[in-house]
Every structure is written in C-alpha cells, then in structure tokens.
Design a protein around this ligand. Sequence first.
Ligand code: RB5
Length: 151
Amino acid sequence: MKIAVGADHGGFERKAAIIGTLRKLGHAVTDMGTDSDESVDYPDYAAKVAGAVSRGRAERGVLICGTGIGMSIAANKFPKVRAAVVWNVKTASLAAEHNKANVLCLSGRFLKPALIPKMLGAWLATPFGGSRHERRVKKIAKLEAQACRRG
Ligand code: RB5
C-alpha cells in the first residue's frame, strides 16, 4: 500500500521509526517531512499528507504532532479524508473497523514509543466493518458534499 507520512516538530522524533515499521510491513512509504525538530506549523504537513490521500496519490496517511489533534483537525478539511486521533491499539483498530479511517494521527509526546508499531499494525490489518458502519461513513461523505456545495 502507498502510505504518506508527515510530522511537525512535535512528531519528528517518532517519524523515522514509524516509517521503518511501515516499510517492514511491506508498504511503499513517502516521507513528507518535517526533517528536523525545528518549529514548524502542523497544518502545512497535514496538507501534504491529507492532500496526497485526498487526490489518490496515497492510499493511507500517518501524521504525527505533539498530540495528534492539530493534525487531525487540519487533515479532515480535505475531501475523502477520514483522519482519526488514536491512543491505543484498540482505538487504532476501531478507527479502521468503524470509521474507515484513511489517515492515522498520532501523538509524538504522549504515546509510549513501543506502542506505536502495534497501533499501526492494528490499523492496517483491521478490515472495515461495512454494514451499519458503511451507512454512517456514507452519511459523513454526504455532509462533506453538502459543506462543499455551501462553500
Ligand atoms: C506544537 O507545539 C503543537 O501544538 C503541535 O505539535 C500539536 O500538538 C498540535 O495539535
């Protein structure tokens, strides 16, 4: 799978290990920065990764900032992006099963590093549940289409 990965300075320290985990799992990863711990603005990196997912250039995205929250707020502005902040293995798998999340937002400051590979593995290995979840995800797409029409 093609996966785009981006971080701000709050997530930079975790980015290399995340890319390593994804590559070890057999995925084709594009590193979209940032490339140092110098302070940057998370919306710029959310735009790179969520933009790639939105345009179909990547199937999934992973974003890391201090909390994961700012990245998710910015990423969810992009059409067809369902970005989820997750904080353990169970929420990572539920983001796939219930929400069909195509972007995972992680905290670089509040997650134990050893947990992150397990969370990524769970998110990537869990299939979408369909059925009632499909109906709900379709409702989200409808809200997005309505919001786009309203401008
Ligand atoms: C940067 O200090 C911090 O605000 C950012 O990494 C992120 O946590 C925002 O949600």
